[in-house]
Write a protein that binds this ligand. Structure first.
Ligand SMILES: [Zn+2]
Length: 193
């Protein structure tokens, strides 16, 4: 098998161990402009039934690529070590692309919010990202939060965006039904008078 990692990482970044040795991260070694491509994830796609039998190490670097499909890097590369932050400087562009959401300075760690791609709770975790907006707990339901839907508009994975669109359509249908029910009530009351 080729030794080349299945993911791509821009030459403006490098993967290295965090200063506190708690894990790997990617850092900018050149300034990155908003909108620039940072990484492209790759690998082998697994369905849930097979995915759950993979090793913990592989499950830790997975990229959810659909509602029930998971992209597992083979071999793992620097581009696969993008950590979560509740105040990220990067976001998804499509299913497998990662782009800068703002200008990024040399030395900054590049992170995205896992709410942009996660819709399942198998890897919920306590977050210690330190951001003032930190949720404390990151779960597969975070995409439902209206403030995140607004903040990350355009940077959700397509399978998450479809869920958001469906949720909003349901809300609109409910509101319309409520308005209709209210107006009918008003009509029936005024008819009775
Ligand atoms: Zn956090």
């Amino acid at each position: 098998m080729s030794k080349q990692p299945s993911s791509y990482l821009s030459s403006k970044l490098e993967g290295r161990l965090k200063a506190d040795k708690s894990g790997n991260s990617i850092y900018a070694i050149e300034p990155i402009k908003r909108g620039e491509l940072i990484a492209v994830f790759g690998g082998v796609v697994y369905e849930w039934e097979d995915f759950i039998h993979l090793s913990e190490r592989e499950k830790n670097v997975v990229h959810p690529s659909g509602r029930q499909t998971f992209l597992v890097p083979r071999p793992i590369g620097e581009g696969d070590y993008v950590n979560h932050s509740c105040n990220p400087n990067a976001g998804l562009s499509g299913q497998i692309g990662l782009v800068a959401m703002r200008d990024i300075k040399i030395g900054e760690e590049v992170c995205f919010d896992y709410a942009m791609s996660d819709t399942m709770d198998y890897d919920a975790f306590d977050c210690l990202c330190g951001a003032s907006t930190c949720r404390g707990k990151v779960s597969g339901k975070d995409w439902m939060r209206p403030e995140l839907q607004k903040r990350y508009a355009g940077h959700f994975a397509p399978h998450v965006q479809r869920k958001i669109d469906a949720m909003k359509a349901e809300q609109r249908a409910f509101e319309k039904a409520m308005r209709l029910a209210k107006s009918q009530k008003f009509v029936s009351v005024s008819n009775a008078g």
